[in-house]
Design a protein around this ligand. Sequence first.
Ligand code: PLP
Length: 394
Amino acid sequence: MTIFSKFDALAKDREELLSVGFDPFGTPIEEVYSPTEALIDNRRVLLAGTNNYLGLTFSSECLEAAHKAIDEQGTGTTGSRMANGSFAGHRALEQELADFYRSRSAIVFSTGYQANLAVISGLTQQGDVIVIDADCHASIYDGCKLSGADVVRFRHNDAADLDKRLKRLGDKAGNALIMVEGMYSMLGDKAPLKEIVDVKNAYGSYLVVDEAHSLGVLGDTGQGLVEECDVLADSDFIVGTFSKSLGSIGGYCVSNHPELDFLRYTSRPYVFTASPSPSVIASTRAALPLLRDGKHLREKLWANATKLYNSLDALGYQLGPEVSTVVAVMLDTREQALAFWRGLLEHGIYVNLVFPPATPGNKSLVRCSVSAAHSEEQITSICKAFENLRDIAS
Ligand SMILES: Cc1ncc(COP(=O)(O)O)c(C=O)c1O
């Protein structure tokens, strides 16, 4: 046994993966033409797996702001938020995020992954308890590990099970940190947030809602599921990412708890990493009002999502439980999913391929994410490709 022995099984799996011609988990996008079109494997493809929900990556406002920031402030901050990496733009974006959520304050992190790590490991430590929806994202699980707190899982989207787990904690329930997502990243289903808030209020626990996939997608002004369910005031901490609807990279946490600011001194994923570059901050600041005022984009996004979900449902595919901007086709085996993914690429459609353990129920997924930038014709093309490939799923 060596330190490399653990890779033996993976090496075998990878050989099988590479049999499709190239690595589906390392597909280079050779050229990008727009939020919905690119060159992959020397072929012009339609992008249907990008999390670019509002299609803002080529918005003229964002491009202009990013160019100006590069010209005026350079390519990077070369330092941590705690040292030389907090520019005026970082602070301004924090204020804008706090205003957007009508919250006391916000912190900007280098990625959404790090936002979860920072918030969870900053708020909890050994002796504390985190109660987590079983289907939470890897960044939430990793944050739990980093914290050293005890972790209790409750059944996915089951508020009654959350209640049961908190009851078992006895006196500790009032200090527990509950972790949920607004919209779940793999199947696109939404949390029963009102019920979860009722349970948390009954025990006096604290709630973190990760709106990574719901920011810009749900709610009148795009705040996410907290807005759609009208539970903003009851959500202690909202975490999110700039890497989806806002079209850049970075993460944030907003809260009314003044203690949030202490994370700036204690949270390792905030302190020990470089801050987002000025152009990233500038384009995110330009995107935020577009997201807030983008009701028309949300309408288009949901019209596209409804059409794709209903068409694939009518074709008999096994999908997530509700119409969503994430439309994932569940397949029983990796081989089927791999063949499907390659088949879609041959039809000029790029989607995400996801294997267990990153998936609920140990299914393999061919995961589409819809964009407001998709035209009706593009959604029709995606549906047609799925229609042609139906045999692979049966
Ligand atoms: C629920 C959830 N949280 C956090 C993240 C991490 O975000 P980022 O890409 O900004 O690191 C993701 C990314 O996919 C996610 O799905």
